[in-house]
Design a binder for this molecule. Structure first.
Ligand SMILES: NC(=O)c1ccc[n+]([C@@H]2O[C@H](COP(=O)([O-])OP(=O)(O)OC[C@H]3O[C@@H](n4cnc5c(N)ncnc54)[C@H](OP(=O)(O)O)[C@@H]3O)[C@@H](O)[C@H]2O)c1
Length: 212
């Protein structure tokens, strides 16, 4: 039986690095992207690529490097403290562009799963006011994701957006509810258990369906 393969966008630290660890521990082949000096891991099943998610030419270069279609793609890269325009570019526009392009060029296997990291702070919950710059960027991501659910489904993807919980990373801070390990253990279980009925959902790390 062939080894399953995952592509993790934004694998240098925090949740992305922990997602690398749980997939390697479970015997997956892992391709991870970073925009800096790499990943503090050395493993025969880990392949690294360089990707600043806003850079289209780097994306095309990475696509040429990818020598296999993936069973799973996780777009984890995101930022919290930046000017509004940058938040929209990195958190909303780039994830959609990157995933859409990877699907378009056939780097996702038919029936393969896609997860994009969103946040509960981007859930409008029926209100129409601003959610703050970060929340607005994740709400914009959710909107763009929902616009594409149909198209991505027809292309063979089983895609969700996922809230990782409030997690003790550099972004989440030391007072957050969850350890990185708790969050990614939950996220992996959720992704391992996805069925076609989950396509297009907003899920949380513990498997609960989140309100938009
Ligand atoms: N932690 C939480 O409580 C929490 C809650 C809800 C949602 N989230 C979401 O979960 C995801 C991961 O969060 P985290 O807590 O692990 O954050 P983190 O520790 O700050 O790590 C962010 C990751 O994104 C990468 N990244 C940021 N901007 C990028 C860009 N322009 N191009 C390529 N990579 C980029 C970073 O790479 P560098 O090392 O190169 O900077 C790093 O790998 C984010 O999408 C975040 O919004 C987190």
């Amino acid at each position: 039986m062939s080894v399953p393969a995952v592509l993790i966008i934004g694998a240098s630290r925090g949740l992305g690095l922990a997602l690398v660890d749980v997939h390697l521990a479970d015997g997956w082949k892992v391709h991870g992207t970073t925009r800096g000096s790499g990943v503090p891991r050395d493993h025969p099943n880990l392949v690294l690529h360089h990707l600043e998610v806003r850079d289209r030419s780097q994306l095309e270069r990475m696509i040429q490097e990818l020598d296999q279609p993936f069973d799973r793609m996780i777009h984890n890269a995101g930022i919290k403290s930046a000017p509004r325009g940058e938040l929209i570019e990195v958190n909303a526009k780039a994830p959609i562009r990157v995933i859409e392009r990877l699907i378009e060029v056939g780097r996702l296997k038919a029936g393969g799963t896609v997860a994009i990291m969103t946040s509960r702070l981007g859930a409008r919950g029926g209100t129409s006011g601003s959610l703050g710059d970060y929340g607005d960027s994740k709400a914009a991501l959710n909107d763009e994701f929902r616009l594409r659910t149909n198209r991505w489904g027809k292309a063979g993807a089983l895609a969700v957006v996922i809230h990782p919980g409030w997690v003790r990373t550099e972004m989440g801070g030391p007072k957050a509810d969850l350890s990185v390990e708790e969050s990614v253990k939950g996220i992996k279980l959720v992704l391992d258990s996805l069925t076609p009925a989950d396509h297009g959902k907003f899920l949380a790390w513990n498997g609960e369906t989140h309100q938009w």
